[in-house]
Design a protein around this ligand. Sequence first.
Ligand code: HEM
Length: 423
Amino acid sequence: MTTMEYERVFSLDDEALKCPYEHFKRARSECPVSRSEVAQVWVISDHEHVTAVLKDAVTFSTKQMLGPQVAEEWQRMIDLAAATPEGKEKLGPEYGTSPRKVLLFADPPEHTRHRKLIMSALSSAAIRSWEGRIRETAQLFVDRLAEQPRVNFVEDFANAYTMTVIADILGLPREQVPQMLKWAAGFNSMVGNPNLTQEEVDALVDVRLGFDLYFDEQVQQRRKEPTGDLISRVIELNDAAEEKLARDDLLQLFQLVMVGGSDTSSTALAKMIEYLAENPEQWTELRNDASRIPLFMEEMLRTESPVQGMFRYVTKDVELGGQSLKQGDYVWVSLGAANRDPKVFDDPDTKNLDRKGTPAKYVSFGGGPHTCPGTALIRLGLRIVLEMLTARFTGVRFTGEKPASKKSFLFFGPAELHVEFLN
Ligand code: HEM
């Protein structure tokens, strides 16, 4: 087989990262399970095999999906944080004793227990109860934009807005958001950086300890006085459960919500604004008829999947798509390519707002046991802010160069987005 075009994506080629899914087209039609020499993984690129892998969380494990190096690095930060005098004194002797394999880093059957907890905590009634606060946040950001309509949308709006929504649901004050953004950036930087300097290690231990101390204090406060936010709900449900998650595991769960819910949502929102700057007639359509906004969001999420793919670890030898996968191999599940599979979506590259049944079929939020638990929340947060933006402004236009994409084959969206909102 000739070299697959997708190798350019795994090599982080700037041009390829502008439309990564394009580079999986040939693999998807000719060889949906193929081998990447660059990434040293099996690449799964059609809808049928992507959904099969996502559903089988036992054969295709997430527990070790980031590889042994990252797992060791995370554990090292936990051990170092637990060895600090402050960690020992404030968080007690159990601090650092749990391997923190929670949710995305757990396989069934443990995962099933974690899942029940997060799904009950994020019930639709709970999300409805947080809607007012999310609206206030969106209003605040849109008002600020009206005062200063020229922005780098990624940094000045999307990152801060989506993290503030996370703070809102966790029940944390908005002033905490800059610190949360720093923690999230710190946790993200632990992935795929094998050569940390001592200074970087110290900084990451500070991130680990700072996050744990702060969230532990929040947990203790909610135990005394529950406030109906996500932290309170998780604590109540966990305290009532037969098999309880340990305190450190709960801290890990909140970390996953903070990290998993922020960059993904911010990337999605920025990509939508970039698209609307390129397609002013779409802005006008949404401004004239806000009922089209959810349909627009779904087509954007399908065609421009904010998470382009994910790794899985193969736990036993298995045949897939005519290939023999061995225990210990890694696979890359290409969500971006599966979302544009012509076998499932007619005219897949077109954003057709009248397309039927899209949300049930696309895989931007994963599929199977690990499907994103934040879907209802993010749809609400995105819809509210898009409604306010399109009602308040007549359009949006680029003020700088056409934006470069993030230097990542995982997250897909503009690295910066210099735009002006028009009145
Ligand atoms: C547009 C926004 C979002 C996108 C595209 C997204 C995407 C995803 C994807 C693809 C997965 C599955 C990962 C895998 O199977 O390896 C996932 C899982 C997860 N997401 Fe999201 N997510 C978004 C927003 C959120 C929000 C707002 C939250 C916060 C509540 C959140 C929390 C999580 C958690 C905790 C998991 C792990 C679930 C498990 O392992 O059972 N995500 N997300």
